[in-house]
Design a protein around this ligand. Structure first.
Ligand code: SAM
Length: 265
């Protein structure tokens, strides 16, 4: 606006998000477990299996196929998705070349991810790197360089989701895939009533009890409620220039979470 209110509000939002994730970086798994009753681990497994990262050298025909995928995991924080991607590429597709760049705006989350990577075979390997970056401005990532862009439980925190989607479009190669795993809208009204009670009453309370931090958990619940519906979000992906395969999304656990996809033409 002329008065700069928008900018101030946006700066405050970014600061808020930073604060929330700095304060939960180490208790991050328990937070996710509470938010999803532990199911987020199964959703993440499904997300990665479904994307089937990597190229199997035994079934690939062209030489380029032996180079593996360049994967960019945005808001990748603690590396949860990245480690699964590399495990899948290595063990399911016998691909030792696929690499993942984990990008996150929050240095505390990245530090937690780096620490966790020491428990994996990918620590200090060229297949895994961590970069501090805002999803809305990925200057360090060249145009048309990425085969698969993933964002799991991150995009609802972005200030300008449309700008982040356009950045995703820019960095992906033609034919490259945008894939997002995010909390979404529960479809069954009865189940939704229970879920709303759980979200708005139980989660902030548990956050207070377990982490002594009601405000961060309250923020997370509200950010889920504000996030667009499955159809609306699919429309935003289309507006950024992507082709939408099929229905555009897959509901997980009746829509508590959903996987959205777009393909760069
Ligand atoms: N992807 C991980 C997972 O599924 O376990 C982490 C998800 S965590 C709920 C959300 C992450 O988004 C945090 O690490 C936070 O720092 C990051 N984030 C928030 N806004 C961001 C932005 N504009 N650009 C990049 N990362 C951002």
């Amino acid at each position: 606006t002329h008065f700069g209110f928008e900018t101030v509000a946006e700066a405050l939002k970014e600061q808020r998000v930073r604060g929330v994730f700095s304060s939960v970086a180490s208790s991050y798994d328990s937070m996710n477990d509470f938010m999803s009753l532990g199911i987020h681990r199964l959703w993440k497994d499904h997300f990665v299996r479904n994307l089937n990262p990597g190229r199997n050298p035994l079934t690939s025909s062209s030489a380029a196929d032996t180079q593996g995928w360049n994967i960019l995991d945005i808001a990748g924080g603690t590396g949860d998705i990245a480690f699964r991607m590399l495990d899948h590429a290595s063990h399911i597709n016998n691909d030792a070349h696929t690499n993942v760049t984990v990008a996150d705006i929050n240095p505390d989350m990245l530090a937690e991810g780096k620490k966790r990577s020491l428990q994996t075979p990918y620590a200090r390997s060229p297949r895994l790197r961590f970069v501090e970056a805002n999803a809305e401005k990925l200057d360090m990532i060249p145009d048309n360089s990425i085969d698969l862009y993933t964002v799991a439980f991150g995009i609802r925190n972005f200030t300008h989701k449309d700008v982040a989607l356009r950045e995703a479009f820019r960095v992906l190669k033609p034919g490259g895939v945008f894939a997002c795993l995010e909390f979404s809208k529960v479809e069954n009204p009865l189940f939704n009533a229970v879920y709303q009670q759980w979200s708005f009453n139980a989660i902030p309370y548990i956050g207070q009890l377990v982490a002594g931090d009601r405000a961060s958990y309250q923020y997370l619940v509200e950010s889920i409620a504000r996030f667009p519906s499955q159809e609306e979000f699919s429309g935003m992906i289309r507006d950024a220039g992507f082709l939408i395969p099929g229905k555009g999304y897959e509901n997980l656990t009746d829509g508590i979470a959903a996987i959205h996809k777009g393909v760069k033409p």
